[in-house]
Design a binder for this molecule. Structure first.
Ligand code: NAP
Length: 248
């Protein structure tokens, strides 16, 4: 039997990049997986179904910046699947710029998607997990949530906030069989880093002892451990996956 057989999972921002890799990994591990996406398309439905058949992979419209979308999306999941065992907060955005020139909306949009969205999702799913006395919550932060980064005050604040949010919830639900952890990637090859100018890429590579960017699959393998039953004694932790760029 596969390790996550019988379990139901939700991954936000699963249309591409790290989210797609995590959701696909969860299907391979035997879970029934809801791919949270901003916009469901027939092509996406087809790709998800092709991973594991209709029963294993489902597409769920879920815009994490919208409270209504979170309410409706999670209600639909619970109505159809009856439970939720795993939540992965992966959806994230950047709006980079120096703080002195940063507009309120650039700060609030990033906080809204990267921190308030996960807060609302956690609040909603943890009630269902408490009934089952079991749950695994993992949020995708970033190394800059610990180190800070010039030009990313909004993003770094949201990712640091995700760590503090996760630690606090971890303490609140520890006796209920629910763990709450964080994976903090460094530079990973996805669309998010694909837009970096060549000079920035080269400077980044010089700071990574392993000598390359990470892959989405390397992030999903870190998540794989934290969502396993065997990780039940690990909670409130941040697992850094950054090629040695920052040893924190
Ligand atoms: P990506 O390729 O840009 O993908 C981001 C995903 O999030 C997309 O599927 C996007 O949906 C979704 N998303 C954005 N806003 C959303 C919203 N309001 N509701 C639902 N989904 C939303 O990024 P990635 O590199 O895979 O990043 C995934 C996570 O890892 C993010 O939290 C990011 O901050 C974090 N991270 C990435 C790196 C890196 O180097 N790549 C490093 C550290 C941390 P659409 O497809 O609809 O746009």
């Amino acid at each position: 039997m596969k390790p996550l057989a019988g379990q139901v999972a939700l991954v936000s921002g699963a249309a591409r990049g790290i989210g797609w890799s995590i959701a696909s990994m969860l299907i391979a591990e035997g879970a029934e997986v809801w791919f949270g996406v901003r916009k469901a398309t027939p092509e996406l439905e087809e790709s998800v179904v092709s991973l594991g058949g209709e029963r294993k992979g489902r597409v769920l419209e879920l815009d994490v910046s919208s409270p209504d979308s979170i309410e409706a999306g999670v209600d639909r999941l619970l109505n159809q699947s009856g439970r939720i065992d795993i939540l992965v907060n992966n959806a994230g955005i950047v709006h980079d710029g120096l703080l002195v020139r940063m507009k309120d909306e650039d700060f609030l949009d990033v906080l809204g998607t990267n921190l308030v969205g996960p807060f609302r999702l956690m609040r909603k799913v943890v009630k269902a997990m408490m009934k089952e006395r079991y749950g695994r919550i993992v949020s995708i932060s970033s190394i800059v949530g610990t180190t800070g980064n010039a030009g990313q005050a909004n993003y770094a604040a949201s990712k640091g906030g995700l760590v503090a949010l996760s630690k606090s919830l971890a303490l609140e639900v520890a006796t209920r069989g629910i763990t709450v952890n964080v994976v903090a990637p460094g530079f990973v090859e996805t669309d998010m880093t694909g837009i970096l100018p060549e000079k920035v890429r080269e400077a980044a590579l010089e700071r990574i002892p392993v000598g390359r960017f990470g892959t989405a699959s390397e992030i999903s393998h870190a998540v794989r451990y934290l969502v396993s039953r065997e990780a039940g004694f690990v909670t409130g932790q941040t697992l850094h996956v950054n090629g040695g760029m920052a040893l924190v």
